[in-house]
Design a protein around this ligand. Structure first.
Ligand code: ZN
Length: 96
């Protein structure tokens, strides 16, 4: 998983599909690796945006944003694609 700074987030977000957080729910009984160094349970962690199919921008209690893609159907595997602090994410959002 890449840890991004503000410029890195801007760079990723220009080509990243995003949809409103109401679009999908991460109702998975799996833990994903977060940029804060911990693992969080998908269904009990808040998220600020959805991405493409089964992609979520999680915001954990340590104020890290992690973009996670869930793959598989009967056996779901979370793939943490990149992460940044919420401050960097928020700053990047305001630059776009
Ligand atoms: Zn975290």
């Amino acid at each position: 998983m890449k840890i991004l700074d503000t410029a890195g987030v801007v760079n990723e977000m220009v080509s990243q599909k995003t949809v409103h957080a109401n679009a999908m729910k991460p109702n998975y009984d799996v833990n994903f690796k977060c940029g804060c160094g911990e693992w969080h349970e998908a269904r009990s962690t808040s998220y600020v945006l959805c991405g493409g199919i089964n992609e979520f921008f999680f915001l954990c209690e340590n104020n890290w944003i992690t973009l996670v893609k869930f793959r598989g159907f009967f056996r779901v595997t979370p793939e943490s694609r990149w992460s940044c602090t919420f401050v960097d994410f928020d700053t990047a959002s305001n630059m776009m």
